[in-house]
Design a binder for this molecule. Structure first.
Ligand code: DNO
Length: 437
């Protein structure tokens, strides 16, 4: 029932082979790549050369709340399966990211009941097409948020950054949200005032665009006024109410997902703390525990995003893998470097093996979970991962790709992560051969 098409159906020997695998200890993660369709600046030929084994994509052109029809799904599958010259790509669409949950569902307003039915129908259509892993999020109004899309690094490349002072400038001075100062410390409010006074017109426009115009993944591009209107709709929605709306959504769709063998996996909040006075329900260990426990099904799972989760220092990633492991259906692997110890603070997206995330231990723990599943006989033992984001380096600079999704930066990230996986696997093998614990 729970097979990941194109993943576990690959015979292990044909998939990787090599003498290292003869003991049947193969615990590698399935290496995927996010691709936005044929307009993506990274063509599938390059995805193949980067060594990715499967594709993560979505029908980004459809409005949230609508049904994903079999014809649209098939069209995207066919795009993934061929290079633009028509030759087979050797790739398949294995993970949906994202089947967006509409604002109507998050707020339980307007057409939300129709949207529940449409969401279930989309799951039916995806499962019929052989796609069984579906990522989504439950963040109100704005998907992931950064203040800088091309923050200069000492090595000459650029990275994405979330700067809390810039965010306060946006919230207090540009969006001018009533009462926004209350969300920040006095010191932060003062720093924001100074920074705003010195900020150029271009930077103000750029800052607004970075935050509200939508980063890849959100299919609604909002104006400042639309953000204000949306925020007003959350005036009466407390954190408890949003959490309950989330659980109601799960109650509506998880039985269908379970019947279809679809693994739903919710992405954590990014960043994982409150923004713009709106509640957050997927930021911490306790939040995730609550949501996964409220509708207890293997189909109700988690996208383990190491970068989002480690953006706050009190999240213990290894404890999360230990607790939620059996329900981790997808992994985003990236690292952040935090500016300081504040729970809600600034960070930038560091190289995949650098920063505060502790990537080697995270990969080791995820591969340990895979090994545990294999021993248990789970057909979906292999966790699809993708190198999440990447710094813009070398040919990425000036390519104008999707923010956070450069070709070379991700290729480098994937190569480094593959190295970690190979080392972890070799370590497991050595332990088996020497009888070491
Ligand atoms: C950013 C992504 C997110 C993610 C959604 C999942 O790079 O990780 O946009 O796709 O939050 O629904």
């Amino acid at each position: 029932m729970f097979t990941l098409r194109g993943v576990v159906s690959l015979p292990v020997a044909a998939h990787k082979g090599g003498p290292g695998h003869i003991f049947g200890k193969f615990i590698d993660m399935f290496q995927t790549w996010r691709w936005f369709g044929n307009t993506d600046r990274t063509p599938l030929t390059h995805v193949r050369q980067a060594g990715a084994e499967g594709i993560v994509t979505a029908l980004h052109h459809l409005v949230s709340g609508d049904v994903w029809s079999p014809a649209e799904i098939e069209k995207r599958q066919n795009e993934v399966r061929s290079f633009v010259d028509g030759t087979p790509s050797g790739l398949d669409w294995v993970v949906v990211e994202s089947l967006v949950v509409s604002e109507a569902i998050k707020q339980q307003a307007g057409d939300y009941r129709t949207h529940f039915a449409n969401y279930r129908q989309s799951l039916e259509n995806l499962a019929a097409a052989g796609i069984h892993t579906v990522c989504y999020n439950f963040m109100p109004v704005i998907d992931w948020t950064r203040t800088h899309l091309a923050w200069p690094l000492a090595h000459g490349g650029t990275a994405m950054r979330f700067d809390l002072v810039d965010f306060a400038v946006f919230d207090i001075h540009l969006l001018a949200r009533p009462g926004a100062e209350k969300a920040f410390t006095d010191d932060m409010v003062a720093q924001a005032a100074t920074r705003f006074a010195a900020m150029s017109g271009d930077r103000k426009v750029g800052l607004v665009a970075n935050i509200v115009a939508g980063l890849p993944g959100s299919n609604e591009k909002l104006t400042l006024d639309q953000v204000r209107e949306h925020l007003a709709l959350y005036d009466d929605i407390s954190r408890d109410r949003l959490a309950q709306n989330f659980i109601d959504f799960l109650g509506e769709i998880i039985p269908t997902a379970e019947r279809l063998g679809v693994r739903m996996c919710c992405h954590p909040d990014d960043p994982p703390f409150e923004l713009l006075g709106m509640p957050r329900v997927m930021s911490t260990h306790a939040h995730i525990d609550h949501v996964l426990g409220a509708v207890n099904s293997k189909s109700n799972g988690l996208t383990f995003c190491s970068g989002s989760l480690s953006s706050r220092p009190d999240n213990d990633l290894l404890a999360m893998i230990d607790r939620f492991g059996p329900k981790i259906h997808f992994a985003h692997l990236r690292s952040v470097k935090r500016d300081g110890p504040a729970i809600a603070g600034s960070f930038f997206e560091d190289e995949h093996l650098a920063g505060d995330t502790g990537m080697v231990e995270v990969v080791r723990a995820l591969m340990g979970e895979e090994a545990r599943r294999r021993a248990e006989g789970r057909p979906d033992w292999q966790i699809p991962m993708r190198p999440d984001h990447g710094q813009d380096i070398i040919d990425d600079l000036g390519r104008s790709g999707q923010p956070g999704y450069p070709t070379i930066g991700r290729l480098k990230g994937l190569a480094e992560l593959r190295g970690v996986m190979a080392a972890v696997e070799a370590g497991a093998m050595t332990a088996t051969m020497t009888g070491a614990p």
